[in-house]
Design a protein around this ligand. Structure first.
Ligand SMILES: NC(=O)c1ccc[n+]([C@@H]2O[C@H](COP(=O)([O-])OP(=O)(O)OC[C@H]3O[C@@H](n4cnc5c(N)ncnc54)[C@H](OP(=O)(O)O)[C@@H]3O)[C@@H](O)[C@H]2O)c1
Length: 290
């Protein structure tokens, strides 16, 4: 099988490249210079001329803060472009795997894990644009897996893990919010899940929205503490603070833990605990002298 991957230079795209290194399938990784997904002609040509059997869309506008000021650009990349990919998928009769986010939630006061059927209620521009993307794919009629994930980190690109590694090495103290609860997710775990679904041939059997994060629950404060402890950055005093003490343009969900029962059941998945995955990521970084 030939599979088109868009957004191949992002952290999930690069993780997928690693995860599919030994795959019997042929994964073709593209980014904005190869196929700009906001260009309908480029999408049409890119998808149709290469005899692909599936598309994985890892491309997105992921800067949550900047999305507040550039919602039109975020909408183009996160909603209009996925509609182009979905249209091409329909015309080629191939499935589309698209990645969405826990930030489609947040407006409802909840304290138990959110299922695929929980009411969506984005409270920021990023979440709104990602929700529009989901809806465009569903409306297109293409076979799809929309995988909502959360709090992605990896050895690639910019992410919370890398920021905390730097700050806890440099600073004597650090305040990190404790009133946002979710689940850190190693992008490699999500990448292996996507590759596993495709390579095992299960993509043909399912369509719809799925939730995938690593297992467990924590706050950003807990995540930061675990990063510092695991990396041996013990001299930085990490203190819990409230989101209100850390004003940002974008409001983030206070609770966005995702229920993963459906993906676990439909694809017989064993999902790793986030702390174990964090250790694996740090070990991979150490092995690469990062
Ligand atoms: N990061 C998180 O914490 C998180 C949480 C939940 C869900 N997600 C979702 O997970 C997916 C992967 O996220 P990620 O962290 O891997 O994102 P990322 O590192 O920001 O990668 C996104 C990639 O898409 C590329 N891209 C942007 N516009 C494009 C265009 N018009 N055409 C083609 N490629 C384009 C970007 O290129 P440039 O860098 O040149 O712009 C980048 O290489 C996204 O759908 C995201 O919404 C992420």
């Amino acid at each position: 099988m030939r599979i088109l991957v868009t957004g191949g230079d992002g952290q999930l795209g690069r993780s997928l490249k690693e995860a599919t290194r030994d795959s019997a399938n042929e994964y073709i990784f593209t980014d904005v210079d190869d196929i700009d997904i906001t260009n309908p002609e480029a999408v049409d040509l890119g998808v149709k001329c290469n005899d692909f059997q599936a598309i994985v869309n890892c491309a997105a506008f992921t800067d949550v803060e900047r999305a507040e000021e550039q919602e039109d650009i975020a909408t183009l990349i996160n909603a209009t472009a996925p509609a182009y990919l979905a249209k091409a998928a329909v015309e080629c009769g191939i499935p589309l795997i698209h990645i969405s986010t826990d930030y489609v939630f947040g407006g409802d006061c909840v304290s138990t894990p959110l299922t695929e059927d929980s009411p969506v209620s984005p409270i920021g521009a990023y979440g709104r644009t990602k929700l529009l993307g989901e809806q465009a794919i569903q409306a297109s009629g293409c076979r799809h897996l929309i995988i909502r994930t959360a709090w992605l980190y990896s050895e690639f690109g910019h992410n919370f893990l890398k920021t905390m590694l730097r700050l806890t090495a440099e600073k004597p103290s650090l305040n990190v919010v404790f009133d946002q609860t979710g689940t850190p997710t190693y992008a490699r775990d999500l990448a292996e899940t996507i590759a596993g679904i495709i390579d095992s041939g299960q993509l043909a059997d399912h369509s719809g929205i799925y939730h995938y994060t690593d297992e467990g629950v924590c706050s950003w404060f807990d995540f930061a503490r675990m990063i510092a402890d695991t990396a041996g950055h013990l001299s930085c005093d990490i203190r819990p603070c409230r989101s209100s003490e850390f004003p940002t343009r974008a409001t983030r969900p206070s609770y966005s833990v995702l229920d993963k029962s459906k993906i676990r059941r439909d694809f017989s998945l064993a999902i790793p605990y986030w702390v174990d995955s964090l250790r694996r990521c740090l070990a991979a970084m150490a092995a690469n002298n990062q």
